[in-house]
Design a protein around this ligand. Structure first.
Ligand SMILES: Cc1cc2nc3c(=O)[nH]c(=O)nc-3n(C[C@H](O)[C@H](O)[C@H](O)COP(=O)(O)O)c2cc1C
Length: 196
């Protein structure tokens, strides 16, 4: 691991697929393993989040679901967020959109507010989930998350990313992911959220 700056950053990693054998999850594991030492990564899980329903946030008699509170607090404790997602129907999978909605609400308590973000997308086809990547960018604009513009990372042919042993099959991809995480660490430290 290399270091790109002297201030550690808590990196929240959110994975868009819930599948046990998810290629996206394996990719996220690699990104975390290749990240520079400045990043202190933690996966923020989204699979247990009840579907967002505004009634549960404004109901004064009851607490919002504990899973929402856990998710919001883990997002708030992060200095940067890395989204790693496949594409479903040219957008992000519903659990990821649900997590965005949960974290962004209530509207005056948006947990994502101001957090620097990056998006890595992957799909078995050639387009590398370009549609999901850019749909997600659209939501991040409204969440007021500065999102790294370059380098972009759309990984096509994702079914061939890993060899039979579960390791990245192509050293060039390993190099690409390493450079991406170095750039993100350096960029995120420059766009760090200023405490309110
Ligand atoms: C409901 C559904 C919709 C999908 N839509 C797209 C799509 O729009 N574009 C695409 O490239 N792949 C699409 N796929 C294929 C996924 O990208 C593929 O299953 C991917 O490997 C899922 O990632 P995972 O291995 O991390 O679960 C879709 C899959 C499902 C189940």
């Amino acid at each position: 691991m290399t270091s790109t700056n002297s201030h550690p950053l808590a990196l929240g990693v959110i994975v868009g697929s819930l599948r046990a054998d998810s290629v996206t999850r394996r990719l996220a594991n690699e990104l975390v393993a290749l990240a520079p030492a400045d990043f202190h990564p933690r996966f923020i899980e989204i699979g247990d989040l009840p579907l967002y329903n505004e009634d549960l946030d404004i109901e004064v008699a009851a607490e919002p679901p504990a899973e929402w509170a856990r998710f919001r607090s883990e997002v708030r404790d992060s200095d940067a967020i890395l989204f790693v997602t496949p594409e479903y129907n040219r957008s992000v999978p519903a659990p990821l959109k649900n997590a965005i909605d949960v974290g962004s609400a209530p509207h005056d308590q948006n947990a994502f507010d101001g957090l620097p973000a990056a998006i890595v997308s992957a799909s078995p086809g050639r387009m590398g989930a370009f549609g999901a990547n850019h749909h997600l960018r659209q939501s991040l604009v409204f969440l007021d998350m500065p999102t790294m513009q370059q380098p972009e990372l759309y990984l096509g042919g994702s079914s061939g990313l890993f060899d039979g042993e579960g390791a990245l099959a192509d050293p060039a991809v390993t190099e690409l992911l390493t450079r991406y995480m170095e750039r993100f660490a350096s960029w995120a430290s420059r766009h760090r959220r200023i405490a309110a």
